[in-house]
Design a protein around this ligand. Structure first.
Ligand code: NAP
Ligand code: MG
Length: 477
């Protein structure tokens, strides 16, 4: 039985109610988490406030950095346990589960080093004045975390927030709590004071909504669907609480005829199959210059047909989707595409060993997808790649920018001037030229244009979002 972690204590929900924890590889329950309510959240916010104003908040930046570094080292030391938890809870193939632990440790390492390098400025002003700025923590930050990369998203938002001096209240997805509970316990073991990191499990529309409305939360970091992001922003707006939103994408990979296709191919495939397509930055559209459309599609088809899907522990190319409703969501998109006559070019294979009760989906390549069809516009959040041809650079830009999203873009061309022209014209928070994802990129600021959200996480930039700025003007004559 997994428990909440509040003020460095494991505890059940006050009501005693629980929720089942499912293994997506088998569709079977294997544990429970608390179904928390407002009273449990109150306890967490109170613990965080106390840490923010006393213990944690009184540490020097260097001391905070040292503790964050200890946590990074301890995460690596406990890596086996963490990846095994994440694998079972989220259905991640072993390689992905291990990579998520590496990224988690790396986030805490990066933010450990940043804690004592965040500083304000002095500003030239009127004669007889000195003006300076202070970067102050918000106080208590709330973190609503999705199920697709629980450890990575925890690392990037909680790591940065703690480095900036805030105390954190975390509401993980009901589908992915186990690893985060354990990380909070490890933090306590290495010396984090009570209340610095609190984990409250439960349902999104219950305790998640309570968090968004709670007057004791001073900033909210949300990653998830545009729909819930809107709800959270509306609830937070009632009390003018700042919100960082990361709401996914429909990211294009744009391949020009002069590209190095041998180099591009593995990136084009991996960007849509990684984590079974359940990645906000998934490269879910491939835009291909018309003169290489057929040959590149043929190569993609061969690659897709080789892909294998099965239980997470088999460590194949893809594991299961997170749950049955997600599987149904992908089926609905694919059946709409079929009704619209969109040609399917190729599919991977769900292996015979994959149990019927697991939530499997073969990776699927579609071609000639009309730009306005919903499968080319909306986030499927499954392993479905839409191919569209383009005529020239202008056409490529129009197609790339033709969705409501703007998270990431990949540009494949050997022409240096075109690389920069395209990078300027594409609306996306991150643009990758002749690569995609850049090895995880803990250091690289990340966030959306348009409906992909606002605010930036990752890299040093995140620290600005997790602080507020005070300007101090001194008249000394
Ligand atoms: P979601 O509903 O947006 O869930 C994200 C987080 O918000 C979870 O912690 C969820 O908790 C919580 N939540 C849900 N309803 C809430 C509410 N009314 N108030 C406050 N918090 C709430 O996403 P999902 O249902 O898991 O996935 C649906 C779609 O969202 C996916 O198909 C995908 O398109 C998108 N998505 C995007 C990302 C991304 O990284 N951009 C991540 C996940 C999902 P519970 O899980 O406990 O309900
Ligand atoms: Mg689970």
């Amino acid at each position: 039985m997994a428990l909440n972690f509040i003020a460095n204590q494991s505890c059940n929900a006050a009501s005693g109610q629980t929720l089942a924890v499912l293994d997506p590889s088998y569709g079977e329950a294997f544990d429970t988490i608390p179904r928390s309510a407002a009273t449990d959240l109150d306890a967490a916010v109170q613990a965080a406030r106390s840490a923010a104003t006393s213990t944690w908040g009184k540490l020097t930046a260097a001391e905070r950095g040292r503790l964050l570094h200890k946590l990074s080292v301890a995460i690596t030391a406990n890596g086996e346990e963490l990846w095994a938890l994440e694998q079972r809870d989220c259905g991640k193939p072993t390689a992905q589960a291990k990579a998520d632990v590496v990224a988690l440790a790396r986030y805490f390492e990066f933010y450990a080093g940043s804690a004592d390098k965040l500083h304000g400025q002095t500003i030239p002003y009127l004669d007889g004045y000195s003006v300076l700025t202070w970067r102050e923590p918000h106080g208590v930050t709330g973190h609503v975390i999705p199920w697709n990369y629980p450890m990575q998203i925890f690392g990037r938002s909680v790591g940065a927030s703690l480095a900036a001096g805030n105390a954190c209240v975390v509401k993980p997805s009901e589908d992915a709590c186990l690893s985060l509970i354990r990380v909070a316990q490890i933090a306590a073991e290495v010396g984090f004071p009570a209340g610095a990191i609190n984990i409250v499990c439960g349902l999104g529309h219950e305790v998640g909504a309570d968090l968004a409305k709670h007057p004791g939360i001073d900033h909210i970091s949300f990653t998830g669907s545009p729909h819930v992001g809107t709800l959270i922003a509306q609830m937070a707006a009632e009390r003018h609480c700042p919100v960082t939103l990361e709401l996914g994408g429909k990211s294009p990979q744009i391949v020009f005829a002069d590209a190095d296709l041998d180099a591009a191919l593995p990136f084009l495939v991996n960007a849509i199959i990684q984590n079974s397509g359940q990645t906000c930055s998934a490269g879910s559209r491939v835009l291909i210059e018309r003169s290489i459309y057929e040959p590149l599609l043929a190569r993609l088809a061969t690659a897709f047909e080789r892909l294998r899907v099965g239980p997470a522990a088999m460590n194949l190319d893809l594991g299961p989707l997170i749950r049955q409703t997600q599987q149904q969501r992908v089926w609905d998109f694919l059946s709409d595409a079929q009704v619209a006559g969109i040609p399917m070019v190729a599919q991977g294979v769900v292996v015979d060993d994959a149990p019927e009760s697991g939530f499997y989906q073969a990776p699927t390549l579609l071609r000639d997808v009309p730009v306005n069809h919903r499968i080319a516009q909306e986030e499927v959040f499954g392993p479905v790649l839409c191919a569209l041809p383009f005529a020239d650079e202008d056409d490529a830009v129009t197609l790339a920018n033709a969705t409501k999203f703007g998270l990431v873009a990949g540009i494949w061309t050997r022409d240096g001037a075109r690389q920069l022209r395209m990078a300027k014209r594409v609306q996306a928070g991150q643009v990758f030229i002749n690569n995609y994802g850049a090895g995880g990129g803990v250091e690289l600021p990340f966030g959306g244009y348009k409906s992909s959200g606002h605010g930036r996480e990752k890299g040093f930039e995140a620290l600005y979002g997790f602080t507020t700025l005070k300007t101090v003007a001194i008249r000394h004559g």
